[in-house]
Design a protein around this ligand. Structure first.
Ligand code: PLP
Ligand code: FVT
Length: 471
């Protein structure tokens, strides 16, 4: 039997690298089969090494808000590459990107650029511990914040897909510093703080969980986290690595609070005398923007869209808190490639193109796919529920979830994974690439034009009919 090019590359990669992949979620572990090895990608499409073209709903796990290989982003990165691949010294583009983040999320008065979401959340936690002088961390079951030691307990994404409780190799003493609570459970949160409040450095939460499928916060849940943490002198870390700059110009926090980005006033050295006065002016503007909003976290983490497909992520917060980072303060954080010129170029070009028209289009496309999928599944009596957050969505199959909905990790674990597996493969055979796990979000892009959407609808018709027949 002759192998496809992807099959023979997968066999070769499995010799070269554990599991044949450089990140476990790529391995098709829970859906089975051979991952497609990608040759190239353009707009809403990816093409594998066998020449098969798929309409892509993975979007490189989030960064591809504009679609793949957007010409302006590619041109900007190419120009940046010609000027040098890395300097290990500051550049104007880093300040420009930090300002772009502050303009969109003014609670991030200052921003530190790193290379991955994992680094962003890891640093945010270290910073929270450094600022508060406390060790305990609270996270929620089913939330994924990258793969640093403190954050793998009952994590979403690949950890959920593999059905693992956490990771081997995390020292028990470190794991003991993380308290895991059920998501959307305000009582559990308050009880935890009643017992451990004085020792908790921070609560870290996904702005809207998207790594156990989409599980939106109940109304007021994020505000409750804000209140409880503030009352006990702990920090609130809102992880927008996945949602940031994707579900609205100001991420899920923007969607939930209704904040609309404003133009950040330039504070130029010639306007004011002294760094302190300039910082005060910046802070005054930032605080004026967010003062009346429903809740304002202490720290935000960003990733994915902010790097436009290049390795770039960030954390941001008040200048007071961020000032604890080295070189100003005692909390150490560093990176040879932090603020890399190609990554900042890609990020800036992406954010510039992520305008209102972009978000409107992405929202409309997501809404039309959700509606069509749900109607088709219902027409074939396939029990399901679709959860969404802005343009992000995911489907959960099964009677139980269809009846009671999914608002926690425990709920998500009650879905019919076998049905997703069958649906995933039927969609793939029909030319649409879905996330290879029922615990991941579906991503649409600005480049999903009417042809791409029509192809998705046709695939849904075929795949749902096929799955319905085998039930
Ligand atoms: C909410 C969230 N935080 C953090 C991360 C980690 O980011 P990275 O994979 O860039 O390390 C992810 C990645 O999926 C994520 O979805
Ligand atoms: N939603 C989870 C991810 O995006 C993770 C990607 C990866 O670990 O490769």
């Amino acid at each position: 039997m002759s192998l496809t090019a992807s099959q023979s590359l997968f066999a070769r990669s499995q010799l070269a690298t554990p599991g044949g992949v450089n990140s476990p979620v790529r391995a098709f572990g829970s859906v089975g089969g051979t991952p497609s090895f990608i040759a190239d990608a353009k707009g809403p499409y990816v093409r594998d090494v066998d020449g098969r073209i798929y309409v892509d709903l993975v979007g490189t796990w989030g960064p591809a808000l504009l679609g793949h290989a957007h010409p302006e982003v590619v041109a900007t990165v190419t120009e940046a590459a010609a000027r040098g691949l890395s300097f290990g010294a500051p550049t104007a583009a880093e300040a420009e990107l930090a300002e772009a983040v502050t303009a969109r999320v003014p609670a991030a008065e200052q921003v530190r650029l790193v290379s991955t979401g994992t680094e962003a959340t890891m640093t945010a936690i270290r910073l929270a511990r450094g600022v508060t002088g406390r060790d305990l961390l609270v996270k929620f079951a089913g939330c994924y914040h990258g793969h640093s030691d403190s954050l793998l307990a009952q994590a979403g994404s690949g950890v959920a897909t593999q059905g693992l409780p956490g990771s081997a190799g995390v020292p028990a003493d470190i794991a003991a510093l993380t308290i895991v609570l059920p998501y959307n459970d305000e009582d559990a949160l308050r009880e935890c703080f009643a017992e451990h409040g004085r020792d908790i450095a921070a609560v870290i939460t996904e702005a809207c969980p998207a790594n156990m499928g989409i599980v939106p916060p109940a109304p007021g849940f994020n505000r409750a986290i804000r209140e409880v943490t503030r009352d006990h002198g702990a920090l609130m870390i809102t992880d927008e690595v996945l949602t940031g700059f994707r579900v609205s110009p100001a991420g899920f926090w923007g969607l939930e609070t209704g904040w609309r980005p404003a133009r950040l006033p330039a504070v130029l050295p010639s306007d004011l005398v002294g760094a302190e006065a300039m910082l005060e002016a910046r802070q005054e503007w930032c605080r004026g923007q967010v003062g009346d909003l429903d809740y304002v976290p202490d720290l935000f983490t960003f990733g994915k869209v902010i790097g436009g497909g290049m390795p770039l992520a960030a954390l941001g917060g008040s200048a007071e808190i961020m000032g604890h980072l080295a070189p100003l303060g005692p909390v150490y954080q560093a990176g040879t490639l932090s603020g890399n010129p190609l990554a900042t170029a890609a990020g800036l070009a992406t954010l510039k193109l992520a305008d209102d028209a972009c978000y409107a289009r992405v929202d409309a496309v997501a809404q039309s796919i959700r509606t069509y999928l749900s109607a088709t599944l219902s027409a074939h009596d396939i029990p399901h529920v679709i959860n969404s957050a802005g343009s992000l969505f995911s489907v959960f199959f099964g009677e139980e979830v269809a009846e009671s909905g999914v608002s926690s990790y425990a709920d998500a674990q009650r879905q019919d994974e076998d049905l997703y597996r069958a649906f995933f493969h039927a969609m793939r055979d029909a030319g649409v690439a879905l996330p290879p796990s029922c615990y991941e979000a579906w991503f649409v892009s600005r480049a999903h034009d009417d042809d791409a959407v029509a192809a998705i609808f046709t695939a849904i018709d075929t795949a749902v009919a096929e799955v319905a027949q085998t039930r």
